[in-house]
Design a protein around this ligand. Structure first.
Ligand code: BJW
Ligand code: ZN
Length: 241
């Protein structure tokens, strides 16, 4: 499998990766839908929707403060580093990540689009104010410095919220132009990201899925590698020039 994946990667001029929580799992960050995953213990409707924030902004704010604390304890893993190496080797490579932890950037990725925002951004719930800051305030008594009425909230994309339209349209361009899509550590259940897999397939790209588990998108894969990404990706890249 790895040898076949290597051959596909060697022949690809415009590889693209779509990543999910499994990419950061080996750094110690919990996924959402595996056993022990965040949505197994907590309700997404309470913590990751605008209605949940309206009902109990303090609880949501505290949960995200906890998530940031968790990420501060973690380092990028060999999966993140391999994708940075691929960026170095292939000038047209881009990473589309659903992860909000910023670990790909910490690892050195620059051609990366964060589809679901970032834990290290906070923005106003009411007006367009948004700010990137590693020292995100941890108390909810922070009101928006611009409109003075809105509450600050994490700069992530919750369910029922649109993704940044520029990021979506740039991603769609990259997906339809790529010749190889690596689908890495995502359960491929959340849209619009999951829809990028059939879109790439229809546009003629080969697809390699790297995930120990089957997903609804496995059926589109040219090759499935049922291994952890931190093992499979570095092996695929070994000797690639
Ligand atoms: C490993 C591994 C290892 C483990 N190596 N692998 C079309 C159809 C149906 C529904 C919809 C649709 N279009 C929109 C929807 C609704 C909804 C949606 O998709 N719902 C589905 C659940 C059905 N989508 C939305 O609401 C989106 N918004 C939208 O479409 O807006 C439209 C709109 C337009 C105009 C006005 C208003 C609205 C927004 C989605 C936002 C998702 N947000 C979250 C939270 C982010 C903040 C936070 O982190 O708290 O994003 S939810 C959560 O899921 C998070 C993730 O990025 C996302 C995806 O999860 P991911 O990354 O795949 O993680 P897991 O845990 O599911 O999977 C991990 C995988 O890794 C597993 O497969 C493991 O096996 C594997 N793994 N270890 C490799 N070592
Ligand atoms: Zn505001």
């Amino acid at each position: 499998m790895i040898e076949q994946a290597k051959a596909l990667l060697r022949g690809a001029k415009r590889p693209l990766a779509l990543a999910g929580a499994g990419l950061s799992a080996e750094s110690g960050i919990p996924t959402f839908r595996n056993s022990g995953g965040l949505w197994k213990e907590k309700k997404a409707e309470d913590l990751a929707t605008p209605d949940g924030f309206r009902r109990d902004p303090q609880m949501v704010w505290e949960w995200y403060a906890h998530r940031r604390d968790q990420v501060r304890e973690c380092k990028p893993n060999p999966g993140h580093t391999a994708l940075v190496e691929l960026e170095r080797l292939r000038p047209e490579f881009w990473l589309l990540t659903q992860n909000v932890d910023g670990l790909s950037r910490t690892a050195g990725a620059t051609r990366v689009l964060e589809l679901h925002g970032s834990l290290w951004v906070f923005k106003c719930f009411t007006c367009p104010y948004s700010r990137q800051d590693l020292q995100v305030p941890t108390l909810l008594n922070n009101q928006c410095p611009v409109c003075k009425t809105g509450l600050l909230r994490p700069g992530v994309v919750w369910f029922h919220e649109p993704l940044d339209p520029w990021i979506v349209s740039r991603s769609q361009e990259l997906v339809t132009a790529c010749d190889l899509l690596l689908v890495v550590g995502t359960s491929a259940q959340v849209y619009p990201a999951a829809g990028f897999v059939p879109l790439a397939m229809q546009a003629g790209a080969k697809i390699i899925e790297i995930n120990p588990e089957d997903t609804p998108m496995s059926k589109y894969a040219t090759l499935t590698i049922r291994q952890p990404v931190g093992k499979a990706l570095p092996e695929m890249l070994a000797g690639l020039i």
